[in-house]
Design a binder for this molecule. Structure first.
Ligand code: SF4
Ligand code: SF4
Length: 398
């Protein structure tokens, strides 16, 4: 597991991160991550001014991916943002966007009302008034959360157990992804456990400067997951931002007991299935699928350094055609593109990907990240799915 340390002096000023920062390409005022993270850090040690990095950085992590000296640039910026908010108050809008878990819990009581509330003209005007773009692709709430639906599944009991950490987006917005994960694990002889007490991974809290709350969530999740890791169970995620937090950002941000032990057992679902394949244990009894897809690798997957496991996995399905779009960041970066003043930046960042998708003439895009899927559908009008949905249908049709 990659482990970071935080000395900004590791920076050799090569500027690779600046070239690879999609926001710096889209916004003239933002001078990019070299100044934002490592160099800015030197000044921040002396003063606590607000600066462009704290305003514009989306935490997409393309700078970290490109850095030859493995400086955790975006984490330095997130820490600086949190430091700034120790003495300044966040907006109500930032509170709302950081607390998707609480919003999801409330919405799951009356999902129809909550969706009506988000999508009518009056509430869009209210959202706009607090600083959320009325053009942004806000997600709808599911009629029933993943956790509730999971409890009704009658699983085939097996000796192999795997823990699934759904995260807020799958739990409250797209539970079908979680149901597909459970079905695919069952086909591969794993009984799935979902720890009910687990909380939001903290990713939306970190980007908006609520570091103390994120840390409390990290300690709680680590304590819960550690018990399962001790039993030898793998922990599966299907959202790349949750996976990144549990695997890597907890280690970079928080000194929590057991954090490394848990991190070493976190797997993206496709990464896990590929490991099974390497051990000769994957059920490869896939039905032919004639579909053509483009694949978009989320930035928060690429920074994990595990390649593109879902691309490899889906390409095992007979007759399927999947082309790697390889066209950079979609721009949304969690909830960044929902913010009124960031909407145009997010759309400009995603433009290369949108144009690549449109030029391909392919009407379906696969991607592991829920908000990438929303942004891609918004920017192109194509259908988007989590790759595990395709894997599940290939099993179902056998
Ligand atoms: S995290 Fe993304 S937006 Fe922020 S500095 Fe790095 S590359 Fe730029
Ligand atoms: S890529 Fe790394 S070493 Fe190069 S300028 Fe950026 S932080 Fe410094």
């Amino acid at each position: 597991m990659k482990k970071h340390h935080y000395n900004p002096d590791d920076c050799t000023a090569c500027t690779s991160c600046v070239i690879h920062c999609p926001v710096a390409q889209a916004v003239r005022e933002f001078q990019g991550p070299k100044l934002a993270g490592p160099a800015g850090e030197r000044f921040r040690l002396m003063e606590d001014d607000w600066e462009t990095a704290l305003e514009y950085c989306s935490n997409c992590k393309n700078c970290d991916i490109s850095c030859p000296s493995r400086v955790p640039i975006s984490t330095l910026t997130m820490k600086a943002r949190a430091q700034y908010y120790k003495t300044h108050k966040q907006s109500f809008r930032d509170w709302l966007l950081s607390h998707g878990e609480q919003m999801g819990k409330m919405a799951s009581l009356t999902p129809t009302l909550a969706n009506l509330g988000m999508n009518n003209i009056v509430s869009k005007a209210i959202l706009k008034n607090v600083g959320i773009s009325d053009k942004a692709p806000l997600p709808a709430y599911a009629s029933e959360s993943f956790s509730k639906q999971f409890k009704k599944i009658k699983q085939q009991p097996t000796a192999n157990k795997a823990v699934f950490y759904p995260g807020c987006f799958i739990n409250y917005n797209q539970p079908q992804v979680g149901l597909d994960v459970v079905a695919v694990l069952q086909v591969n002889n794993f009984e799935v456990i979902v720890p009910e007490e687990a909380v939001c991974c903290g990713s939306p809290l970190v980007v908006n400067g609520y570091m103390d709350e994120a840390e409390a969530n990290a300690h709680k999740n680590i304590a819960i997951l550690q018990d399962y890791v001790r039993k030898g169970y793998p922990i599966i995620t299907a959202c790349t931002s949750c996976g990144l937090m549990l695997k890597q950002e907890y280690q970079e941000l928080f000194a929590s007991k057991g954090v490394e032990q848990v991190a070493g057992r976190i797997y993206d679902i496709s990464e896990f299935l590929l490991e099974l394949y390497d051990e000769g244990l994957l059920n490869t009894n896939f039905a032919r699928q004639e579909g053509r897809y483009l694949y978009h690798a989320p930035c928060h997957l690429r920074v994990q350094g595990i390649g593109k496991p879902s691309l490899e996995l889906v390409r095992m399905i007979p007759a399927i055609e999947v082309i790697d779009a390889d066209a950079g960041c979609c721009g949304i970066s969690g909830n960044y593109g929902f913010k009124a003043e960031k909407y145009d930046i997010a759309m400009a960042v995603g433009n290369n990907l949108f144009e690549t998708i449109k030029a391909s003439g392919i009407g379906s895009v696969l991607s592991e990240c829920g908000t990438c899927r929303l942004q891609i559908a918004h920017g192109t009008g194509v259908k988007t799915e989590h790759p595990i949905a395709v894997v599940r249908s290939a099993y179902n049709q056998k």
